[in-house]
Design a protein around this ligand. Structure first.
Ligand SMILES: [Zn+2]
Length: 358
């Protein structure tokens, strides 16, 4: 009976969805021990809710065979991933693996109010410190923002002669194990780029450095028939739009919008208010997705904008969740309370689902 109910819910969800509209959610990868909870959640919640795409934040948490030393502390195995991919496929859900290239090579550890208090290197720069764009900036014992180094997260140097010998095989492994049609390479909030102290990058255009790295990864994936998706913030002028240095760029990378291959898909994230940046990307020839987070009113306006838009290059929406995978499931099921700003991400998700089902 339960199987029949699930089947009926899935049938209704699929029938209601507009053919190619992306109805997505961005989630962190589960821990290996929690995979079955995640699979149950996809069957019982995400699929009946009409979710057809998961941006799956695997990061460095995979048992890489090409560079085993880069395997992160919460790594999933090949069989773990295959199990997840097979299950999601059976539900009509596409998985887009995500690992951050260029920026976000270190991470911030936050307290329960969401304040960043510590910082930790990810495995790429931990193992290959020579790739660090700003080696002169050491990770502090106690992290606070703002800080004198402007340290948010670390970047690798895109002009280091060996860096692509490492990162491209990593992308190759991920697209293979996920049987991915699209890979999300992050590339957001790259604050460290074109460092004056870097013998390779100093004096070069930051827009060109950024665009060349995006295009290099894009052409590598294209040869494998895989599309590239990135966050859009570095391509928007933060000062002119008033959007600031996080969801837009105040470090001279926004000129990259005219240099990046138009085949790249832009995930345009805006959490505080609905913007018109989707129009900007579409006018420039890109396909775009809008990504809300923790404000359901913002998401509602964004969805109205999406529904009233005529361009086929406006692909849909992706709800971003920055809780851990298990936290989101537990929060959804009312088992835990969330005190940080991430609290609103559940009701925003539910708002989007209700709009999808209208
Ligand atoms: Zn450099």
């Amino acid at each position: 009976m339960r199987k029949i109910t699930t089947f009926l819910l899935l049938f209704i969800a699929f029938s209601c969805s507009t053919n190619n509209e992306i109805r997505g959610i961005s989630l962190k990868a589960p821990l290996s021990k929690n995979i079955d909870n995640f699979l149950k959640f996809t069957s019982n919640v995400l699929a009946p809710d009409g979710v057809n795409t998961i941006i799956f934040n695997i990061g460095w948490n995979y048992e890489f065979k090409s560079f085993p030393e880069l395997t992160g502390p919460d790594a999933l195995s090949e069989s773990d991933i295959k199990k997840i991919v097979k299950h999601c496929k059976s539900l009509g859900i596409e998985i887009i693996p995500k690992v951050s290239m260029l920026g976000h090579q270190s991470t911030l550890i936050r307290d329960n109010k969401g304040i960043a208090v510590k910082t930790k290197m990810h495995s790429l720069l931990e193992n290959y410190p020579e790739f660090d764009e700003n080696p002169e900036v050491k990770l502090p014992e106690k992290y606070e923002w703002p800080n004198k180094d402007g340290l948010y997260t670390k970047s690798y140097c895109p002009l280091h002669p060996k860096v692509h010998d490492v990162v491209l095989p990593i992308l190759d492994e991920l697209v293979n194990v996920f049987e991915a049609k699209t890979l999300h390479a992050g590339m957001d909030e790259v604050f460290y780029i074109g460092n004056d102290n870097c013998i390779r990058c100093s004096g070069k255009s930051k827009s060109e450095l950024y665009a060349n790295e995006v295009n290099l990864i894009h052409s590598f994936l294209k040869k494998r028939n895989v599309e590239l998706m990135i966050w859009g913030d570095r391509m928007i002028d933060g000062k002119e739009t008033g959007l600031g240095m996080w969801e837009a760029s105040e470090n001279d990378t926004y000129g990259s919008i005219d240099l990046i291959d138009k085949d790249v898909i832009i995930a345009d994230w805006h959490y505080r208010k609905a913007t018109k940046t989707h129009d900007y990307f579409i006018e420039k020839g890109f396909r775009v997705l809008t990504c809300p987070h923790n404000n359901k009113e913002v998401a509602k306006t964004q969805y109205d904008q999406y529904k009233n838009h005529k361009s086929e290059n406006y692909l849909g929406m992706v709800q971003t969740i920055w809780l851990t995978n298990q936290e989101f499931i537990d929060f959804y099921n009312g088992k835990i309370k969330i005190e940080s700003g991430k609290k609103g991400s559940l009701e925003t998700y539910k708002e989007l689902v209700s709009l999808w089902k209208k």
